[in-house]
Design a protein. Structure first.
Length: 178
């Protein structure tokens, strides 16, 4: 594994994820906006359409993650030239390592996600903690599998470019097909 190539692949995956998630959020706001941004009305709509919102959100997240990690794996596979699948795996490992380091840093420094006192009065979607935990675990496993598969496939695709170049170099008289 070429860890430098994998690092730049991870950076690419992270950047593409941020850009695509911003676009997806903007589209959701554009098509989901009711004309008013009353928090009570928005919470009521979310409560009524919770299953639909969850399914569409999960599919959107899966597509955005797949595209982002495919691009990251592609960059790593293209930079490293050999062993595209290993480079894609290394991109995924960088993501895991960075996530663990950020979690440890947050735990050590005592960072907590506390909402300001003014936000406590806003309406909330009523979902119990048990459902959130089970859903969170399922989402975590799905995200891990999707990103791993996408990074490996992207790494293979990035390496394939070099295979074409090598064939042309080995047989300069034969025109490059594909």
């Amino acid at each position: 594994m070429k860890f430098g190539s994998a690092f730049f692949g991870w950076m690419t995956a992270t950047g593409v994820f941020l850009l695509l998630s911003a676009v997806a959020t903007a589209l959701a706001a554009l098509f989901g906006a009711t004309g008013t941004f009353d928090p009570g009305q928005l919470a009521e709509q979310a409560r009524q359409n919770l299953q639909t919102v969850s399914i569409v959100g999960a599919i959107t997240l899966a597509v955005v993650l797949f595209i982002a990690y495919y691009c990251g794996g592609y960059v790593a596979g293209r930079m490293a030239r050999f062993d595209g699948a290993k480079q894609g795996l290394a991109v995924w490992l960088w993501a895991v390592v960075i996530s663990v380091l950020v979690a440890i840093l947050a735990a050590v420094t005592g960072l907590q996600s506390t909402a300001p006192a003014g936000l406590d009065s806003l309406p909330r979607v009523p979902v119990d903690e048990g459902s959130m935990t089970a859903g969170g675990i399922i989402l975590l496993v799905a995200v891990a599998l999707i990103t791993l598969a996408a990074a490996v496939v992207g790494g293979q695709a990035g390496m394939r470019y070099h295979r074409k170049v090598d064939r042309v170099e080995a047989n300069p008289d034969v025109p490059a097909a594909e």
